[in-house]
Each structure stands twice: as structure tokens, then as C-alpha cells.
Design a protein around this ligand. Structure first.
Ligand code: PFF
Length: 454
């Protein structure tokens, strides 16, 4: 059932929304660590190349499907390949972002919990070990963790149910500039700490000997995750972009903002980590253990300043998580509204209930359900592994094969060049077409194999 669709209000609104989906926990808790571990400035160059030669073409493939059809994932596949098995790709990419959303919301909830703590009691532990056990207790306590998960998911539901323009667009237009201002302020604070220069060196010192094949595969995987590829969020957001807009500009804008934010986040976090004399690490431990310890540690010399920075930092995390989470939420809502004829409010409620239940199971897997194992993993880790290692890459591969090998080249070219009006319609399109058909598919298979076996 087709209804009149809302569209984003303009180019900047669209880029803010796409960048909002891309900029998330991946930029903050994984990228800085990977840079330091995998060759500093040398890794950044490789990462940039991966973004431009691999992830950008994949991004554009998804965007072309959404922009062309002006439909959500399922409707888009039905329009472009009616009555074929490609509809399963449409369905897969409704389901996988919702699984990610379920556990992302649990982490978003932890961030809300820590924001609350930074606003009220602050962080005081004098040893890293006690900060870690406080975090362990927090995530294992069903009441608090579930309450925060519910709060986070309700926030997403409220934004998404308000609509594409008045909800998603408005929230991203406010949040994206805010996120950049906050992360720059935190970076300035961090760079002023005594001993911070070791962190800067960790990030920038080029070490080409660390650029191994597995380092390159890791860069490809990170750029893929960071740009939210393979799960239909880029497709769905692109379907809300006015047909006269140029998707290459959207893609370049999103890659640019995502990379810029990741780099600033690196300079906001690593100098502080080194200033406190801690070994850098990646993952939840960086945000919920290392950094609270640093805030407590720095608090000894300038208590109010470190308390303010702690609040700003957790506000940043919460907003970065929200802007990504609503893009996943919207994929499911678009499906229910367009394919099942539900009103936006009902669709929002259904997605809320489904993801709340799965998220609650993920959350409880740190406490009462810790003994429940799926393939030897906790429910949370299983959902994470299934989506990040398998469904995302699989979806990305199918999107690329669909646009590169199934869609008519003329249609793709027409979409890529805005009906032939864009100035770059010759050689740039040929380069894109080549990368999409011959480079992206084997590269995605490499990411997939590295995720599994390395
Ligand atoms: N790109 C987000 C990050 O870097 O945290 C993660 C993400 C968002 C993945 C949206 C998938 C998605 F659909």
C-alpha cells in the first residue's frame, strides 16, 4: 500500500540524517583504538582509501536503490525485481537493523545510566578495578539496566513516531552540530592534560610495518560498520531524499563527516587515556570503565572541570547512540507503514515492543540469563556476532550484487548522474561501476572471512 511519503527538507537535512546514522559508538569506542594498534597515521590513510574505494561505492549502491524507488527496503526490492527472490533481501534488511537496535539500545541505556551518574554523584573510584566492578554490577542489575534500556528505546520511539521531518530530521539537525561542538570541547580539554602528547603520538605516528593484510581487512570492516552499510538504513534514509538531490554528494558528505568525527573522537579520548597512564583498549570497557576512571583521576586536581567534561562526554555518547538507533528503528517503521498499512504510531509501537523484548533478553544476559548460551555465546554477544559478522556483510554483498549485476546499467547511471545533469557523469560513473562490480564483492567476502576466522 503506497501512501504519500514525507521527504527530508533539503540537502543538509539529508546529510545530517545519514551522518547521524553513521556516527555512533563505532566512531568512539573502536576507531581510535584501531588507529593506535594498527599503524597510526598509516592506518588513517588506509582507512580513508577503504572508505573511498570500497565503502562509498557500497553506500551509493544502497542509496541508489532507495533514492530510485522512494520506498523502504522491502518495497524497493519488490519494485525493482518484482516477484523474485530479491524480496528476501528486502525482508532480511528489515530484520537485521532491528536485531542491532535491540542490543544497541541496551548500550544506549548504559550511557543514559552513566550520564545520570555523571550529573548526580560523579565518578570517584581511585582504582580502575573498582570502576570495572561498578560497571559489572550496573549491567548485571536487571532493574537499573532494564529501566535505562526502556528509557533509551522510548526516546527513539518518540522521535521516530513524530515523523521523518518533524522527528528524525529535526532531531538530527539539532544533534549533529551539537555532537561536533561537544567532541571538539572534550578534545581541547584532553589535549591540555599533562602527559597527553603520548596519546597524540599513538594516533599519528605512522608505522607502515603494522599495515598487514589483516590490518587492511580490519580497516575495511570498520569503514563498513561505521557507515552503517548492509542493513537498509542508508537505503531507507535515501528514499526520503528529494529526487533532484545528487547522491554522490550525499555519500561524500556522509563519509567526510563520519571520518572527521572519528578522528576528533580519537584526539578527544586517547590523549586523556595516556595522560592517566592507562593502556588503551576498545569496546564498552573504554567508555564505561577507562573513561570514568580517568574522570575520577583528573577530578583530584580540578574537580569541577572534570565533572563538567564527564557530563559532556556522556551527553555525546547518548546523542551519538540516539542518532544511529533512530535510523535502524525507521527501517522497521517504514516497512510496517508502507507494506502493512499501519499508521506510523502503531508501527512505532510494534517495533518498540519487539525490540524492547529482544533488548531485554540481551540486557538480562549480563545478569539472570547469563547461563543461557547460543552457540557458546551470551544472548547479547550472539546478537552482536550474528549482525556485525554475518548479516551486515551478507546484506551489503547482496545490495552490491543487485545494483552491479542485476540492475540495468542505464538506470544506475541515470540515478548516479541525476538524469545525466551532473557534471561528473562520464569518468566518475565508470570508476564507480568498476569498483561496484569487481572490487566491492570480493572485498566484502574478505571482510566476512576475517570477521569469522581472524
Ligand atoms: N554506524 C554506527 C556506528 O558506527 O556506531 C553503527 C550502526 C548504525 C550500524 C546503524 C548499523 C546501522 F544500521
Amino acid at each position: 500500500m503506497e501512501r504519500r511519503r514525507e521527504l527530508f527538507g533539503g540537502r543538509s537535512a539529508a546529510i545530517f540524517a545519514l551522518a547521524g546514522s553513521a556516527i555512533g559508538l563505532g566512531n568512539i569506542w573502536r576507531f581510535p583504538y584501531m588507529v593506535g594498534q594498527t599503524g597510526g597515521a598509516a592506518f588513517i590513510i588506509i582507512y580513508l582509501v577503504c572508505c573511498l574505494l570500497l565503502s562509498l561505492p557500497i553506500f551509493l549502491a544502497e542509496a541508489i536503490i532507495g533514492h530510485r524507488t522512494q520506498a523502504g527496503t522491502f518495497g524497493a526490492m519488490e519494485q525493482l525485481a518484482p516477484g523474485t527472490k530479491w524480496k528476501w533481501l528486502g525482508l532480511l534488511t528489515v530484520v537485521s537493523p532491528l536485531i542491532i537496535l535491540s542490543y544497541y539500545s541496551v548500550v544506549g541505556g548504559w550511557s543514559i545510566g552513566y550520564l545520570w551518574q555523571s550529573l548526580t554523584s560523579g565518578f570517584h573510584a581511585s582504582e580502575l578495578g573498582s570502576v570495572s566492578s561498578a560497571f559489572g554490577n550496573f549491567i548485571a542489575s536487571p532493574g537499573r539496566a532494564l529501566f535505562c534500556h526502556t528509557l533509551f528505546l522510548s526516546g527513539c520511539a518518540a522521535i521516530v513516531s513524530a515523523g521523518v521531518k518533524s522527528g528524525i530530521e529535526r532531531f538530527n539537525k539539532f544533534s549533529m552540530p551539537l555532537l561536533f561542538v561537544l567532541i571538539v570541547v572534550i578534545m581541547v580539554y584532553s589535549l591540555m592534560l599533562p602527559g597527553s602528547s603520548a596519546g597524540v603520538e599513538y594516533l599519528v605516528k605512522p608505522d607502515f610495518s603494522k599495515i598487514t593484510p589483516s590490518g587492511v581487512a580490519a580497516a575495511m570492516g570498520q569503514s563498513f560498520f561505521s557507515l552503517s552499510l548492509g542493513v537498509g538504513t542508508i537505503l531507507t534514509y535515501s528514499s526520503y531524499i528529494h529526487s533532484k538531490e545528487n547522491i554522490l554528494v550525499m555519500g561524500l558528505g556522509t563519509v567526510g563527516f563520519d571520518l572527521l568525527f572519528a578522528l576528533i573522537a580519537g584526539f578527544a579520548i586517547m590523549p586523556a587515556v595516556f595522560a592517566a597512564g592507562i593502556e588503551p583498549g576498545a569496546g564498552p570497557g573504554l567508555i564505561f570503565e577507562t573513561l570514568p576512571y580517568i574522570f575520577a583521576h583528573m577530578g583530584a586536581s580540578a574537580p569541577w572541570l572534570s565533572a563538567v567534561v564527564a557530563v559532556l562526554f556522556f551527553v555525546t555518547i547518548v546523542f551519538a547512540a540516539f542518532t544511529s538507533a533512530i535510523s535502524m528503528f525507521e527501517v522497521g517503521v517504514a516497512y510496517l507503514v508502507e507494506q502493512r498499512g499501519l499508521t506510523r504510531h502503531r508501527a512505532t509501537l510494534l517495533i518498540f515492543l519487539g525490540t524492547w523484548i529482544l533488548g531485554a533478553l540481551c540486557s538480562l544476559s549480563f545478569g539472570p540469563l547469563s547461563d543461557v548460551k547460543l552457540f557458546g555465546l551470551s544472548i547479547f554477544s550472539f546478537c552482536d556476532m550474528l549482525t556485525s559478522n554475518f548479516l551486515m556483510t551478507f546484506g551489503g554483498l547482496l545490495f552490491v550484487l543487485f545494483v552491479g549485476w542485476k540492475m540495468d546499467r542505464k538506470v544506475v547511471r541515470d540515478e548516479f548522474t541525476c538524469g545525466g545533469t551532473a557534471r561528473f557523469n562520464g569518468v566518475v560513473f565508470d570508476a564507480f561501476w568498476f569498483l561496484l562490480r569487481y572490487i566491492a564483492p570480493p572485498a566484502i567476502v574478505i571482510i566476512f572471512l576475517t570477521n569469522f576466522f581472524v
